[in-house]
Design a protein around this ligand. Sequence first.
Ligand code: PMP
Length: 431
Amino acid sequence: ETALPEREAALIARRDAVLGASYRLQYRTPVHVVRGEGMWLYDPDGRAYLDFYNNVPSLGHCHPEITAAMADQAARISANTRYLEPRLVDYAERLVATFPKAMDRVVFTCTGSESNDLALRIARHVSGHEGVIVSSYAYHGTSAAVAEVSPNLGDAVRLSPSVRMIDLPGPAGVPAGEAQAHFTAQVTAAIHDLDRRGIGVAALLFDSIFSSDGVWIDPPGFIAGGVDAVRTAGGLVIADEVQPGFGRTGAHMWGFERHGIVPDLATLGKPMGNGFPIGAVVGRRDPMESFGQTARYSNTFAGNTVGIAAADAVLTVLQRDDIPGQATRIGARLRDGIGALANRHEMLRAVRQAGLFIGVDIGTSDSPAQQRRRMALDVVNGMRDEGVLISTTGANEDTLKIRPPLVCQPDHVDRFIETLDRVLGRVSNER
Ligand code: PMP
């Protein structure tokens, strides 16, 4: 491990003193960044870090077209949605056009958490029920309402009495052929329990790549029966697209499309403004209108013209440069590269991939959970010391989470694979 230089040690001390315990730094030796460009982050001495982790600047750090669009709009007007302003309407039309026809309404927010919070309000309003079904390590955000349906937060948060958690087929070791039946049975049992207690189901809320559960994407379509069961019981289906949306999973613009379903509501955030905070709920007309007519939803900063300018430029680049198609091709190269390493490094237990979202389980299945977690952390920190940024996810935090910006090119993949090969060799030798 690199020793912490004086400059960073001093900055950490000041940070801790004023920001306190809520703020955590990543890596044993935190990375000090002053500039970003494309796939790269730079420290004050000009050392470059290859970014294989950040999915917010999805089109690359400080994309010149996005920053120019934002700067230009900021210099003219940042209006709110109470004024008539064409850019808001133009972008809203372009955005809903990327969804299935039935989803033709949008409400803007500033974050993924606000999107999920609003979606829950809509689902509870329309269904008249309170219950929410989520996966057992789901994370859906920061507000009181969505933190209460985020078991990933662990003991830090008291879960809502109306939340029901379901075990996913993948981590439960269920074979692919039985995955759908397993998922449907879990959802059905949750619905029955909510009904029996007079709570009723308002929503099935899911991230279609189940990223915080450890990246469980296959087999495509395994959620379809659960989706039907919730609708039959009068609940709404909410696809949390904060992680899989905007082409991340390759081929499709939206993660739910991989599963061949159409949700009632989809919640957006993270890459929508390539770093500028903007989110949205896109949904079917009936629930959106029913909520809009009776409830008040006024969000000061949501839909401000600078955010819309950023999002508009993002959508233009994404469509013009066929970014989802690129994510498909580069994602396959990355998966194949990691797959080849798995033949030589027995600590690579499994690889799961859709587009440029990849989960790699670390540690042989007979090794203790704590040791697997430690090894995954060693790999992440070893990569950091070699100038490549990734992280971990999953119930035991022993899955490498690999999510480069979607502008990743073949030479970046090759560099990543070489570095991972070296680091895996070192970590296994050290044991
Ligand atoms: N949903 C998912 C699936 C997320 O991963 C996150 C953020 N990690 C959120 C919602 C919350 O988004 P935000 O932090 O922008 O509020």
